[in-house]
Unconditional design. Structure first.
Length: 241
């Protein structure tokens, strides 16, 4: 008996399969990250649709659930095309898709993360986009089981003046609690705890250094992998602004 589903999905990656077709990876609302073969996916007609970051309506079908299956897509929102005119926006789209492609387990639903990712891509703006991306990385860490605890100090329990994060425990540390160990800790940018705080460029850099450390420690390093090049390009570009 054939297995099939219909869902909304974000295109994460595309690779050629034979002369005319493509293997397309999508992150869907109800079925998680899943791949399928798109007939004619390597052709010119579908090139604009099958761009990482685009939101599509997807139909997946296979004879058995464990098979690759075939995928059919229709456009919903061209987030990739909307980002082309802004290098930072385009970099964020590329980094988002690359992180999801490498971090998400296959066929494991993450509905809240899907909605947050769609919101990130749909509402990305030059002024607020980089901070929104940094917060999104915190959510991704949490969804993968490695969330940071930024609510109180790991040393004395206070919720005031939380200025650092322990690189080992992922817990916040206050200025008083850090003491002489402050140089060994990551800075905790205020905007990661307070949505009303408007960050400066160094705050964004500190936030991405923080999340990057824990991605490497828990999800990439143990598997002998580096963080995606697309993410590093985004970090480099933001550091230049």
């Amino acid at each position: 008996m054939a297995v099939a589903w219909e869902d909304r999905g974000l295109i994460l990656g595309v690779r050629r399969y034979g002369e005319h077709d493509a293997i397309v990876s999508v992150f869907t609302a109800e079925h998680g990250r899943q791949a399928g073969m798109v007939k004619g996916g390597a052709g010119r007609r579908l090139r604009g649709l099958l761009q990482p970051g685009n939101l599509v309506k997807a139909w997946w079908r296979a004879r058995l659930d464990e098979q690759l299956g075939t995928l059919t897509c229709e456009p919903v929102a061209p987030y990739a095309a909307e980002a082309f005119s802004d290098p930072v926006h385009l970099g964020a789209v590329s980094a988002t898709c690359a992180m999801l492609e490498l971090v998400l387990p296959e066929r494991e639903p993450h509905a809240a993360l899907f909605l947050a990712t769609v919101e990130l891509l749909a509402q990305f703006e030059a002024a607020s986009g980089p901070s929104a991306y940094a917060r999104w990385e915190l959510l991704l860490l949490s969804e993968m089981g490695f969330g940071l605890d930024l609510t109180s100090c790991a040393v004395n329990g206070t919720t005031d003046e939380l200025s650092f994060v322990s690189p080992k425990s992922g817990r916040a540390v206050s200025a008083a609690g850090a003491g002489v160990y402050a140089p060994r800790l990551f800075k905790l940018p205020a905007f990661l705890r307070d949505a009303e705080t408007i960050p400066e460029a160094p705050d964004i850099a500190a936030a991405l250094a923080l999340t990057g450390h824990f991605f490497d420690a828990h999800l990439f390093g143990p598997n002998g992998r580096d963080l995606p090049a697309a993410r590093q390009r985004l970090v480099d570009r933001l550091n230049q602004t």
